[in-house]
Design a protein around this ligand. Structure first.
Ligand SMILES: [Mg+2]
Length: 138
């Protein structure tokens, strides 16, 4: 059974990219939101295993949405998506309950490793996220 993901980003190409990355692992993107308000609403509908949360978005930013989601579900697993130079915002998000963060531009292996670690998955479920395994010697 795949793990469900809610992808939150105001840029549709970014959402598509994240969706493609998750398709390489045992995940299914159950919903996409383009602002914080939509994220909070969809979180309550979908109850995803994992949420990826952009920080800078119109209407409601990612940190405000994170706080709202953590208030609704203290066990929520939210990974922040940041751009370079947003260290202060990342620190604020971690303080507010975010599990981890990924930095744009996204590296598929890093995204999958973070998702795996946040959900406590065994590495064997994510072959794409692992470095090349040594060939078996016979
Ligand atoms: Mg954005």
């Amino acid at each position: 059974m795949p793990f469900t993901v809610l992808v939150v980003d105001d840029a549709s190409f970014m959402r598509s990219m994240i969706r493609e990355i998750f398709a390489r692992g045992p995940f299914v993107v159950a919903a996409e939101a383009e602002n914080g308000e939509e994220a909070v609403r969809l979180y309550q509908e979908v109850h995803p295993h994992l949420t990826t949360m952009d920080i800078v978005m119109p209407q409601m930013d990612g940190i405000t949405a994170l706080r709202e989601i953590m208030r609704l579900d203290p066990a929520a697993k939210v990974v922040m998506c940041s751009a370079l130079g947003q260290e202060a915002l990342i620190a604020e998000a971690i303080e507010a309950g975010a599990c981890d963060f990924i930095v744009k531009p996204f590296h598929p292996g890093r995204v999958l490793r973070v998702a795996q670690s946040v959900l406590g998955l065994n590495e064997q479920f994510l072959p794409m996220a692992r470095p090349e395994a040594p060939r078996e010697q016979r």
